[in-house]
Structure formats: C-alpha cells, structure tokens
Write a protein that binds this ligand. Structure first.
Ligand SMILES: *Cc1c(COP(=O)(O)O)cnc(C)c1O
Length: 363
C-alpha cells in the first residue's frame, strides 16, 4: 500500500444545477437541505487500502442489503465550513483538526485511518469544482460533510473489510432559525449520551441516533436543544447533542466540562484558546446540574453559551428540566459571550488578525 498522496480523477456532473436556479435557491438557505453538484469518493479495501479517489456527480450509493453499516452502524463523520473571507478568498477553519479527529473517530470505531493529506485533498478537490456553491451572504457558508461507512456485504460481527469515504457539500444559512436570539435547552434526566469507555468522544452516527429521542423530548417541552448529564451519576453536565457548553461566572471566569466522554469540539478548543488570549481564567472541570441551578439562582452564573461548527456560538437563555425551569442572567445573553463570538467570527472571516494561523486559504 502506497503512502504517496492520492490523485483524484475528476468526472464533472453532466447536468449541474443551472446558475439561475442556484441563485434563486441561495435566497432562502436552510440547513442541510440543498446540495452541491459533486461529491468526493475514496474506496478502501482490506487488500488494497485506499484507492480510486474521484470527484463525481453527486448521486446515490449502491449498497448491498447486507452492507455492514446498515446493521452495525460502523460510520463516522466530520462537519466543517468553506466560506469566503472579507477579501473574497475561499477559506477553511482549522481543517487539519477535522482530519485528525476523523482518524481518532476511525480508531475508536475499528475503521481504517485516512492520511490527513488525502482527507484535505478530497475537500480541496471538491471545492475546486463546486466553488460556485459557496454562498456569499453574511453568516452563510458551504457546509462540508466528510464521512465514512462500512460497505462490505457481511452479517458476521467484526470490522468491515470495505469502506467508502465521501465528502458532500451543502450551502447553509444560520443554524438556528431564531438568528442570534438566545436558545432554550432541556436537561435530559431520562436519557444519557455517553458513558466512560463508550463512543462519546467519537464523531459517529450512532451517538446521534441515540440522542434523537432526547431531542424529541426537548422539543416536546418547548426547548431548542437537549443537554446531557453524565451516565454514571446523572449529575455532571456533559454537552448537547451536537455542541459543547460553557458557563460564564460573575467574576469573569469560565467553566467548561472536561474531555473524556464529550466530543472534543474544534470550536470548544478555539474558544478556550481565545479566552486564554483575552486573559480570562478558564477551567475545564466537572460542573454539576445542582451547581448550575444554584449558581443561576445566586447570580454567580451570568452567561451560558454553546458552540460548534454548525451554529458557531449561541447564548442559552432558558434551562428547563422535569424539576422546573430557570433563566441565565436576564435571559438575553451577555458581554463575555458576545466578545468571544465576535473574536472567533472576526478571525474566521479574516476581519481581525489570526494569531494562531487557524484559517487556511484554499483559493
Ligand atoms: C461535532 C460535535 C460538536 C462540535 O464540534 P466542532 O468541532 O466544534 O464542530 C460537539 N458535540 C458533538 C456531540 C459533536 O458531534
């Protein structure tokens, strides 16, 4: 098996969406409903390793009914955004971190690792043919979804001997329909997301499947999102179904749950660095639901925000559980969240200096 970077064959879509139709669709972007004309694919076989890298027209896969992903859920993914910076250049935010995390997820799910250079090449090649799909409106971007699934037709229980890696792209508007309005979150006391030794730190579809009933419970209780407590004690705050969480105290310090069973968010990691740059005392430590309630009540806790690539950063205004509900501060967000969000978005958009070299210019 060669370790030289893969070269992608490019087969252009013979029937791309007409420009006028795309421009029209861009007027009202949702999240993950519209897709670009192409996709990247790389196949893996136990005997051949990674092979047949290609860019093709976006089209359905053919999967055998015994394809192992359909039965045992060997599947992982990433989420990242391509967008135009203030100078009109196409950029990605810390894509090397997505490549590394993808391989960490692969190891946990007993799947083959994809060399980081090939992960990044697949994205760059796709962007080269689908650059026109990057929306330019404020807050809009081309959401990229790299993923890999087990494709061997085999019902025995062991890691698949065949996989498909692919990248698809979806032009998106803001994640929350309410815009910058603070969100409400439901504390799940019936369901948990991850246990010690489980797959909580892997970005795998199975974690999301398990979170949907809890998210439905949140919606039924009028909340935007669900927040999970730890599986062992149902005491420690972990994270949302797809976002990490931060607590801002009246003294200006910040607390966020430690890594372990939570997903190591790249936005989380970036926010921690930006807080440290700003001289903010930030602690990664367990924070309990009881502490959360008491701190909100006493006024010691002034802001709560959640973060992830899709939504970037959102304030939490209201917290609800079976025990009742409470507000964070006056329920409208706060200055620490605003300042960190403005810094992060400013760096991402190239509007302010990027001291850590996080923004990668693609074209
Ligand atoms: C993807 C994800 C996040 C956010 O990670 P980012 O790298 O910041 O996008 C947080 N929690 C879960 C469960 C996730 O899947």
């Amino acid at each position: 098996m060669s370790t030289a970077p893969l070269t992608f064959a490019v087969h252009r879509n013979a029937n791309p969406m007409p420009e006028a139709e795309r421009v029209e669709a861009f007027r009202n972007l949702g999240f993950g409903t519209l897709f670009s004309d192409h996709m990247a694919i790389i196949d893996w076989h136990a005997d051949r390793g990674w092979h047949s890298p290609r860019i093709t027209a976006r089209a359905p896969f053919q999967i055998d009914p015994a394809g192992s992903v359909l039965h045992y859920a060997q599947e992982i993914f990433e989420g990242m955004k391509a967008y135009r910076d203030v100078n009109g250049r196409i950029v990605l935010f810390r894509p090397d971190e997505n490549a590394k995390r993808f391989n960490a997820s692969a190891r946990r799910m007993a799947m083959p690792e994809l060399p980081e250079a090939d992960f990044l090449a697949a994205i760059e090649q796709l962007l080269a043919v689908d650059a026109a799909w990057i929306p330019e409106a404020e807050g809009a971007s081309l959401y990229l979804r790299p993923f890999m699934f087990a494709s061997e037709a085999f019902l025995g229980v062991r890691p698949s001997r065949e996989y498909i890696f692919s990248v698809i792209a979806s032009p998106v508007g803001p994640y929350f329909k309410g815009g910058a309005k603070p969100i409400s979150i439901w504390v799940s006391q019936n369901y948990t997301r991850a246990a010690q030794g489980g797959t909580g730190a892997a970005k795998c579809g199975g974690n999301y499947a398990g979170s949907l009933a809890a998210q439905a419970e949140a919606s039924a209780n009028g909340c935007d999102q669900v927040v999970f407590l730890d599986a062992a004690e149902r005491n420690w705050v972990e994270e949302l179904g797809g976002m990490n969480i931060f607590f801002v105290m009246a003294d200006g310090s910040i607390v966020t749950p430690p890594l372990g069973t939570i997903l190591p968010g790249i936005t989380r990691k970036s926010v921690i660095t930006l807080a440290q740059d700003a001289g903010i005392a930030i602690e990664e430590r367990p924070y309990s639901f009881a502490e959360w309630q008491a701190d909100a009540q006493s006024g010691r806790l002034t802001e709560v925000f959640v973060c992830g690539t899709a939504a970037v950063m959102a304030s939490v205004g209201t917290v609800k559980s079976a025990e009742g509900s409470f507000q964070i501060g006056n329920g409208t967000g706060g200055p620490v969240t605003d300042r960190l969000r403005n810094t992060l978005i400013g760096i991402q958009r190239g509007a302010i200096p990027d001291p850590h070299g996080w923004v990668r210019v693609i074209g």
